[in-house]
Write a protein that binds this ligand. Sequence first.
Ligand SMILES: Cc1cc2nc3c(=O)[nH]c(=O)nc-3n(C[C@H](O)[C@H](O)[C@H](O)COP(=O)(O)OP(=O)(O)OC[C@H]3O[C@@H](n4cnc5c(N)ncnc54)[C@H](O)[C@@H]3O)c2cc1C
Length: 468
Amino acid sequence: MPEARFDLIIIGAGPAGHIAAERAGALGKKVLVAEKAHLGGVCTNQGCIPTKTLLYSAKLYAQARHSEAFGVSVEGARYDIAKAMAWKTKTIETIRKGIAYQFRTHGVELATGSARIVGRAGGLTTVEVDGKQYSAPNVMIATGSAPVVLPIPGAERAMGSTEALEISTLPKSIVVIGGGYIGMEFASYFTQVGAKVSVVEMLPEVVPLLDPAIARVLRGSLPDADFHLGAKVLAIEPDPANKAGHVVRFSKDGKEQSIAAEAVLMSVGRKPIVDGIGLESVGVEFDRKGIRVDDRMRTNVPGIWAAGDVNARSMLAHSASRMAEVAVADMFAGDAAQAGNAPSAQVMRYNAIPWVVYTYPEVAGAGMSEEQAKAAGRTVTTAMLDHRANGRFVAESDRTRGMTKVVVDAATGVLLGVQMIGPYSSEMIAGVAAMIEAELRVKDIREIVFPHPTVSEAIRDTIWSLKE
Ligand SMILES: Cc1cc2nc3c(=O)[nH]c(=O)nc-3n(C[C@H](O)[C@H](O)[C@H](O)COP(=O)(O)OP(=O)(O)OC[C@H]3O[C@@H](n4cnc5c(N)ncnc54)[C@H](O)[C@@H]3O)c2cc1C
């Protein structure tokens, strides 16, 4: 017999789970969150937050060593990995406390332990956590994702991103297998703290969907990294010349090559967590690519939603949180409509989700790349502008590159996509996403005033540089 009945039970307290809990709690709903590890999920504990904390410390270190041009000389700058890790841990704890505070504020209850669905009857789904059963008419699955491990000999010799965030000594050399955004962030981090980095990527270019010109600038901005593109990793073996080291063997252009390094990081993607959570017990449809959902995050089973990485529609923290809001709006649509805030029309839109690669310099984008727009049958006009004429950029950058590219629908003049590289890109891209979401046209954006001097003016200048 279930111990208690809730309006909503959520499995997983990552960006999907905890935001759903807070939104439903704010509507006055009785919410239970089941979490087997820590509040905040992968994002807070092994993903977004720890990586960005370490990347910030590495950026400070790089700036300390390279600030002579600005009249600042720092002697004896030193990177202390133990202190950087301690700051990372403190940051994670602060974020976790913030989520716990939000739970208290919204009356959200927490059940610590591994949860699984055990059945659904009479419009109620029963979820078991640590031997106790709870029931609710609404259940949201937000179990997230786990790293993919390549099925190659010696794969166990490589660290995953989680282990890389716990190292106590810095390797002098590292091979990063996978040049996606996570691999590139680690490559950027390790180059900045003094390691020799080699990135081995199977695709012809790093970071899928990145404009080729921006990708080239990004690779060129990591001077202590070499890139092996179009290269398939075959095995990781012990290094005969260094007992603690490794050799990564790969094939490229039909030839076999190898790189020796003190450490290897494997970062080749993530897969949704769909096993062991009782999906079969209630007939929720899923496959290896995740739980199948519609644009309101509904699964095929009424009363069960799935949001975040577990449905693999967009594996980013802010996508997970937005999906959670859409799901909550859908499940409590009637109530909110009565409260004068009818959210029932909400659906998940993926066309303007911003993304960021927190390398140094940063890369960010929103909307379609030129390649995507053309593949979707759009006729586009594009413009690309170097930031060298941007006052703020020039004042603050002696070593970094910056550029912005815009993609516009040729027929309507509507902005379809923007990609940028350079300082502040991560902070500017939300504004771009809003323009795309609002379907602003070139002529609308030309009428917007941007503050001077800011790097954001590069967006406006690139728009102005479009040929009519
Ligand atoms: C190294 C790295 C860096 C990243 N950087 C960024 C970034 O900068 N920006 C960005 O947007 N995204 C980033 N991501 C991706 C981001 O972390 C995920 O998209 C996001 O965490 C997904 O949120 P979620 O709520 O779906 O799942 P998760 O955050 O994975 O949370 C799922 C939670 O469910 C819990 N859980 C699983 N199964 C059960 C169960 N049976 N019972 C109870 N609890 C369970 C887990 O313990 C976990 O806490 C990064 C990921 C990694 C690995």
